[in-house]
Design a protein around this ligand. Structure first.
Ligand SMILES: Cc1cc2nc3c(=O)[nH]c(=O)nc-3n(C[C@H](O)[C@H](O)[C@H](O)COP(=O)(O)OP(=O)(O)OC[C@H]3O[C@@H](n4cnc5c(N)ncnc54)[C@H](O)[C@@H]3O)c2cc1C
Ligand SMILES: C[S@@+](CC[C@H](N)C(=O)[O-])C[C@H]1O[C@@H](n2cnc3c(N)ncnc32)[C@H](O)[C@@H]1O
Length: 640
């Protein structure tokens, strides 16, 4: 369902108002006073987050984000604040950045937080969005869509709930029995709730869902409000907190896109990292190309691939922006990507996808051949999809920036090939082929690309090696195409005097040397996209690069804990599969390493730290390496 943005309106007395719901966004007696009295104090905050490693707040309606901003400001002002604050919220009708900024301007005391929020405000696309704020210590996870679906898809344990829909009479969906039961399912032991509503059906619904509720003194003109606690649950104990692997220590095997992103995400959480790679430095495997494309793959039914690649693309570009804001150089350009239609039938389908999904034009639109040619600056074979916010990234520069961002907690072990992993006394020991210890830690993450095939992982992952060759073409500065163009293959704009055109895809072909026929193949794809473009290019005289993609049978990566038993269990459930203690994998990135790398690392890091996940439940399960035990890949099926 396309997201319909909220329209900024005001009531007669100047309070932000929704004509869709015929209600105001916050108490006429003051938004911040209400946030402070009802939501913070009603959940015994800031006291309850003090001394904690992390604290999770879940809100039902994000609206103008004023509760969030007030909570963030209170957290900042508290010297005993928890180390990391997670705020998770759902919003069916998000505001545009401009409208948010307009409203926030009324509260100059929140300007720093409001500006940071607006600077990262995501595209209004359905699903989960994660924002990293305040030096990565405050994480905002937003679900754009109906909370009834969002809460069912959320993987989180909330310590406090802010129930803030419009009034139950005007917005009953947000106060329904279904919502209350979903909240109870997401509640951590000792979870509390607060709301300004004391409506009888709200109290009764919460009780039925398992909360004990009581009335308390209300805010402003409201005599009463409601506070609650999850019944029959002990307050989160010291032992619960100690069970969290805070300030952990991990071995990461592989310093390509997968491993470097993982190092950065764990380092941001204070972990110590031992990064092992057989090569002399990072990005020497599949991640060593001059440029790759970072863009989504939409579908008519917005299937998992479509949702995952959209989330991965948006998260990936936001991460690059954050790295750059820290002064780290990532060579990349969101110059836009044209995906040309193969034929008339595909052109019609592409147009139908754009209409059906109704995504913001900054993310996806449809252009005819003339418009595509104007965008590219040269003749193109057809029209197609225009991803205005997508573009190219140089993978080695992203790897280097991620490692630089990891700082002092990163220890690199380059030029060391992992031959064996042994678990002794709660630690995984990594040995080389002489049985010399490289490093040891309680957690291992295998991010070894196709190298995972040589490692004894218990379960044999169905990764296949897919050889790919790119061709590097000489290019004059700012010559067309000025954007990435793809269709079967892809070509980048000019980058440092070269243009990257690719790529071949050959499964189980281990030839490391460049081949003229593969260059010819790349030129053939290029000519089909940009007629006349390859005139004068000699396939026997081109430079290029060969890499081996770790491809997956269903084209989705494998992210998460490795099953303990590698035998097929078609009747089991993912949650029921026994896992190997502390052994995780990031693999199967195939032809979309740039798309997966940041979101996969953030997801696995969140799972390792028992934090809310940035992915919906069905998407996270679709990536579980255990899925192949439930439905083994069909014989003969290859990736891409
Ligand atoms: C030609 C080509 C074009 C591509 N184009 C695109 C594109 O346009 N867009 C896109 O998103 N993706 C693209 N990709 C895919 C993307 O590059 C890969 O998905 C990604 O690089 C995989 O990253 P990785 O970290 O899993 O693997 P790698 O980058 O291969 O890293 C694995 C690392 O593990 C190390 N290693 C392996 N075994 C061991 C061991 N036993 N001990 C120690 N170290 C070990 C290796 O040395 C290597 O450095 C392309 C790939 C190729 C080859
Ligand atoms: C009272 S306002 C929230 C104010 C907000 N907490 C703040 O601090 O600014 C209620 C919000 O709930 C949203 N909402 C209503 N129904 C929803 C639903 N089914 N799913 C998600 N959000 C919904 C509305 O669009 C609105 O933004």
């Amino acid at each position: 369902m396309p997201i319909i943005p909220a329209r900024l309106e005001h009531s007669a007395d100047g309070v932000p108002y929704s004509s869709t719901f015929d209600d105001i966004y916050h108490s006429a007696d003051g938004a911040l006073g209400q946030a402070q009295h009802v939501f913070l104090a009603g959940n015994a905050l800031p006291e309850r987050w003090q001394g904690r490693e992390h604290f999770v707040i879940l809100e039902t309606g994000f609206g103008l984000g004023l509760n969030f901003l007030a909570t963030w400001a209170a957290w900042r002002a508290d010297p005993q604040r928890c180390k990391r604050l997670h705020f998770v919220s759902c919003e069916l009708h998000p505001f545009s950045t401009e409208d948010l900024a307009r409203v926030h301007a009324r509260w100059p005391q929140l300007a720093a937080q409001a500006d940071a929020l607006c600077a990262q405000w995501p595209a209004l696309t359905p699903g989960l969005h994660r924002l990293h704020l305040d030096n990565d210590q405050v994480t905002l996870t937003l679900y754009f869509g109906d909370a009834r679906e969002g809460l069912a898809q959320l993987l989180a344990r909330a310590d406090a709930f802010y129930l803030d829909g419009f009034s139950p009479a005007r917005n009953p969906e947000l106060w329904s029995a279904r919502i209350f039961h979903l909240l109870a399912r997401l509640a951590a032991p000792g979870a509390t709730l607060a709301t300004w509503s004391v409506a009888g059906e709200v109290r009764e619904g919460l009780r039925r869902a398992g909360f004990e509720v009581r009335k308390a003194a209300g805010f402003g003109g409201k005599r009463q409000m409601l506070c609650g606690i999850l019944a029959n649950s002990e307050t989160r104990s010291q032992t619960d907190e100690q069970a969290l692997p805070a300030r952990g220590h991990a071995l990461i095997v592989g310093a390509g896109l997968a491993g470097c992103s993982m190092a950065e995400r764990l380092a941001a959480r204070g972990w110590t990292i031992e990064l092992i790679d057989q090569a002399a430095g990072p990005a020497n495997g599949a991640s060593g190309n001059l440029a790759g494309v970072l863009r989504p793959l939409p579908s008519l039914d917005d299937n998992r691939m479509s949702r995952l690649t959209r989330a991965g693309t948006l998260h990936g570009w936001a991460h690059i922006a954050r790295l750059r804001a820290r002064g780290l150089a990532v060579q990349a350009d969101a110059c836009g990507v044209l995906h040309l239609a193969r034929d008339g039938a595909q052109a019609a389908k592409m147009q139908a996808v754009v209409e059906r999904l109704g995504l913001p034009a900054s993310h996806l639109s449809h252009v005819d051949a003339d418009a595509a040619a104007r965008i590219a600056g040269c003749t193109v074979a057809a029209g197609g999809w225009w991803f205005a916010g997508s573009g190219w990234v140089q993978p080695p520069s992203l790897c280097a920036a991620n490692l630089a961002a990891s700082g002092q907690s990163l220890h690199t072990h380059f030029g060391r090939k992992l031959a064996q992993l042994e678990r002794q006394g709660g630690l995984w020991h990594a040995y080389d082929d002489q049985h010399r210890l490289i490093a040891a830690a309680p957690v291992v993450i295998l991010a070894a690309g196709v190298g995972v095939l040589e490692l004894d992982t218990g379960m044999r992952l169905p990764v296949v090696s897919a050889r790919g060759q790119v061709s590097l073409l000489p290019a004059a500065s700012a010559s067309p195409p000025r954007v990435v163009v793809c269709r079967g293959g892809y070509v980048s704009p000019e980058i440092d005097g070269l243009r990257c055109a690719g790529a071949t895809f050959d499964v189980d072909d281990s030839e490391p040397a460049l081949r003229a026929r593969d260059h010819a193949d790349n030129l053939g794809k290029l000519e089909a996209m940009l007629p006349g473009f390859t005139h004068g290019l000699d396939a026997t005289a081109l430079r290029g690069r060969v890499g081996f993609r770790p491809a997956s049978p269903d084209r989705l990566p494998m992210i998460g804990a490795l099953p303990a038993d590698g035998t097929a269990a078609p009747r089991a459930e993912l949650a029921g599969l026994a896992r190997q203690a502390g052994l995780h994998v990031l693999s199967g990135y195939g032809a979309r390493g740039l798309v997966w790398t940041t979101l996969a690392a953030e997801s696995l890091a969140s799972a390792l730290c028992a934090e809310p996940l940035p992915l919906e439940r069905d998407l996270w399960e679709a990536l579980d390496p255990g899925r192949f035990l439930l439905r083994p890949p069909r014989p003969g099926r290859t990736a891409e």
